[in-house]
Design a protein around this ligand. Structure first.
Ligand code: NAI
Length: 519
């Protein structure tokens, strides 16, 4: 292993009376400034600036982390594995366009920067890699493992996925051939019938039971011991399941959900069983697929155990564009009136989604992504008025992982005019999803080392169990019950950036640049 226990090595330090560094921690006293609004009897609003002071504490010791993927042998699982191994070894490979080198493009943490501030002498803007803002795990150091209902080793799975160049595959093949997925939980009713011929690596039993929960817990414990890990993070990148019905007495409360698993109730999905096993062991669990893994009982169980959960559904291609473009149109004052989204793809995900119930999960996840932006603009839209929005997905084997997404945005502009924007997006789906898997794991891990308290409180505690800070990477972001969902991409990135900044006592990134305007 290339892993060495890391001592903090900072690219920068913050010089402020409100920020303290020790060997173990960074502590910051942070004034959170918001605006409290009240509505008077005359219907008019009063806006009052409000300040809340929080103490944040960041654990600086970077742990040795293991990532366990459910669906390890899939396109995403095998691609992210090869990508991390290649980066770890600094591999380059020949293509018809010349040599290519390993990188982490598409990862917001590894591939993007944030503005630290302005250089005093030169007035130059100083930007630092996102990864260096807080003491984060490096993806090259992540130990990878996981489960799959298909027994294929991860090298063969990489071939099956048809995503990476042969010259790259050859260099990681041997190492990946020794990686074998653990047997998983398979309840045939939850994924498409066309997946059945893959399922040759399954635990006995075809409905939920405590034995499955316990087996997953044992698997995680063994993985941790065998690799001398400090921490494990689990991520679902297995097939899209059908929705589970929410049934009172079955999956509505934490107790009922545990009881339903004990009694083998048929509405408990494999992904929910995985989430329960993780929650019981305080292992962060992230759902990269669209189904409702986090039934109300699972969320309540996570809250009870103070365990982190995040989801749902990777936001890689079409929806990422949508959450940027719709944000732009509506905040520009242009009235978007319809979105027609077509997809066709030829990978195993597409095959699974050719089944109606699984497609329905994806359709729901893809459909609500503009609601908050529409609702926020009462100038363009009346209450409950929505643009028309249709999502179509078709299975087209020939295009493989090279997913096609065709979108038409139709909008009303000044004085009854129209604007039509047509987008044709083509790319390897798994090469977009893999860096998101890395971001989700890195950020979720970081959140396990950030604690907070109010000034008067004695004890520090963690963030809420539902990690809505992961929204940037997810299509249908899960938020703490009763709190709003934010889909607008720029806002999601601001939340991520500015929460990280708060932890080191820095103000939110402000684009006012008054220093260049007032002199
Ligand atoms: P895939 O079909 O290639 O991989 C899924 C893997 O999960 C397969 O190897 C399958 O054998 C395994 N599997 C199924 N049920 C399992 C279970 N109960 N336990 C363990 N393994 C199980 O699909 P791909 O392309 O890797 O995508 C994975 C998931 O991510 C899909 O649900 C997809 O909808 C979702 N997703 C993918 C995106 C992307 O690739 N850009 C974007 C958004 C979501």
């Amino acid at each position: 292993s290339t892993y060495e226990a890391q001592t903090p090595k900072d690219l920068f330090t913050v010089n402020s009376p409100n920020v303290k560094y020790s060997d173990d921690h960074i502590e910051s006293k942070y004034v959170y400034r918001t605006t409290a609004v009240t509505k008077g009897p005359n219907g008019k609003y009063t806006a009052s600036p409000k300040e809340t002071t929080y103490d944040f504490k960041v654990d600086r010791k970077v742990p040795k982390v293991g990532m366990m993927l459910v669906g390890w042998g899939g396109n995403n699982g095998s691609t992210v594995t090869a990508g991390i191994l290649a980066n770890r070894r600094g591999l380059t490979w020949e293509t018809r366009e010349g040599p290519r080198a390993s990188n982490y493009y598409g990862s917001v943490i590894m591939g993007s920067t944030i503005k630290l501030g302005t250089e005093v002498e030169t007035g130059e803007e100083i930007n630092v890699p996102f990864h260096d803002v807080l003491p984060m795990v490096h993806p090259n150091d992540i130990v990878i493992g996981g489960w799959d209902i298909s027994s294929m080793n991860i090298a063969a799975a990489m071939d099956r996925a048809q995503v990476l160049e042969p010259t790259l595959k050859a260099q990681v093949y041997k190492e990946m051939a020794s990686m074998k997925p653990l047997p998983s939980i398979y309840y045939p009713d939850f994924i498409a019938a066309n997946q059945e011929d893959r399922a040759d690596n399954v635990l006995p039993g075809s409905k939920a039971c405590m034995a499955h929960v316990e087996q997953i817990r044992t698997d995680m414990k063994n993985f941790k011991t065998e690799n001398s890990l400090d921490k494990v993070i689990v991520l679902w990148t297995a097939n899209t399941e059908r929705y589970a019905d929410i049934i009172p007495g079955v999956n509505d409360t934490a107790e009922n959900l545990l009881k339903a698993i004990e009694q083998g109730h048929e509405e408990v999905s494999p992904s929910t069983v995985f989430s329960v096993a993780c929650i019981l062991d305080n292992v962060p669990f992230i759902n990269g697929s669209p189904q409702n893994t986090f039934v109300p009982g699972a969320i309540k169980l996570a809250e009870k155990y103070g365990s982190f959960i995040g989801g749902d559904d990777f936001k890689s291609g079409q929806t990422k564009m949508k959450s940027a473009l719709v944000d732009f149109l509506i905040t520009a004052g242009i009235k978007l009136t319809s979105i027609a989204s077509y997809n066709h793809l030829g990978n195993n995900d597409g095959k699974n989604l050719s089944s109606q119930k699984q497609f329905r999960s994806k359709e729901i996840s893809k459909s609500n992504v503009v609601d908050d932006m529409v609702a926020a603009n009462s100038v363009l839209y009346k209450k409950d008025e929505h643009p028309d929005h249709t999502v179509v997905i078709k299975y087209m084997p020939a295009v493989g992982d090279n997913k096609r997404a065709l979108d038409e945005y139709y909008a009303e502009i000044f004085m009854g005019g129209h604007q039509t924007i047509s987008i044709f997006n083509v790319c390897e789906d798994s090469l977009l999803a893999s860096p998101l898997i890395i971001d989700l794991v890195l950020v979720a891990e970081m959140m396990t080392r950030i604690s907070w308290k109010t000034e008067s409180a004695a004890e520090y505690k963690g963030f809420h169990s539902v990690l809505s800070i992961l929204s940037y990477m997810l299509k249908a972001p899960l938020t703490p019950p009763g709190t709003p969902v934010v889909n607008a991409l720029a806002k999601q990135r601001s939340a991520l950036t500015n929460i990280f900044r708060a932890c080191i006592g820095l103000q939110p990134e402000s684009d006012m640049t008054l220093e260049h305007k007032l002199f």
